[in-house]
Design a protein around this ligand. Structure first.
Ligand SMILES: Cc1cc2nc3c(=O)[nH]c(=O)nc-3n(C[C@H](O)[C@H](O)[C@H](O)COP(=O)(O)O)c2cc1C
Length: 204
């Protein structure tokens, strides 16, 4: 039974394009996978805490050596990692805030980038431990970054490609609703091109 993990990170409840498009994708995926299951993590409704000294101490302590506080503190991170390891498909709604991911999405990454669980240090340096997970990232941005003069300011897709690849997730597709700060026609055009990309990703 296929499993999809659905992460949303826009702080907008209303009018969010990354939420809208990723939700359309997930609904279409569910229609094509009626036996499949979806686990949703909404980082706006249920924000994750920032890292703490105690938590990173727990990350770098073997499970059997953790003290009671560390064992308690690491539970949420373990649950998030379990969800990610279990997923066959990962869908991320990723608005661009200040040229990169939202702080909510960064917090999720900080909880799932775990030595010994999602990456390890091997003979040739760091090695991602995740694989076989197809990733779809729904980017929404006011400006245009896929091409043109602002391309060098895109620290969102470049960052996600790097950090997901670091964990072993190399099969990543970016679906961009970009230039949406340029008025209604630009929004309509961005929605239309994203829907074409969804149809290509999930043919009926
Ligand atoms: C705090 C904040 C920072 C933003 N920073 C950028 C930015 O650096 N570049 C950009 O093109 N758009 C920026 N925008 C515009 C958003 O990327 C755009 O509104 C997008 O649609 C937000 O995603 P959402 O519709 O899913 O909420 C920013 C918006 C907010 C609220």
């Amino acid at each position: 039974m296929a499993k999809l993990l659905y992460i949303n990170s826009s702080v907008r409840n209303t009018g969010s394009l990354s939420r809208q498009l990723s939700a359309e994708f997930v609904a279409k995926w569910q229609a094509g996978n009626p036996e499949g299951s979806v686990v949703e993590r909404d980082l706006m409704r249920n924000p994750l805490p920032h890292l703490t000294e105690q938590l990173i101490g727990a990350y770098y302590t073997a499970p059997e050596a953790r003290n009671a506080d560390q064992a308690h503190t690491i539970k949420l991170s373990d649950t998030l990692v379990d969800e990610l390891i279990d997923a066959d498909v990962l869908v991320i709604g990723a608005p661009m805030y200040n040229f990169s991911v939202t702080s909510g999405l960064k917090a999720w990454i900080d909880h799932v980038a775990r030595v010994g669980r999602t990456f390890k240090y091997g003979a040739n340096g760091p090695e991602g431990l995740l694989n076989n997970t197809k990733v779809y990232v729904f980017i929404a941005s006011g400006g245009v970054y896929s091409t043109g003069p602002a391309a060098g300011f895109d620290h969102l897709s470049t960052y996600l490609r790097s950090v997901l690849g670091f964990l072993g997730l190399t099969d990543v597709s970016f679906i961009r609703a970009e230039g949406v700060g340029q008025g209604e026609a630009a929004v309509a055009s961005a929605l239309a091109s994203s829907r074409v990309a969804i149809a290509e990703a999930l043919p009926a």
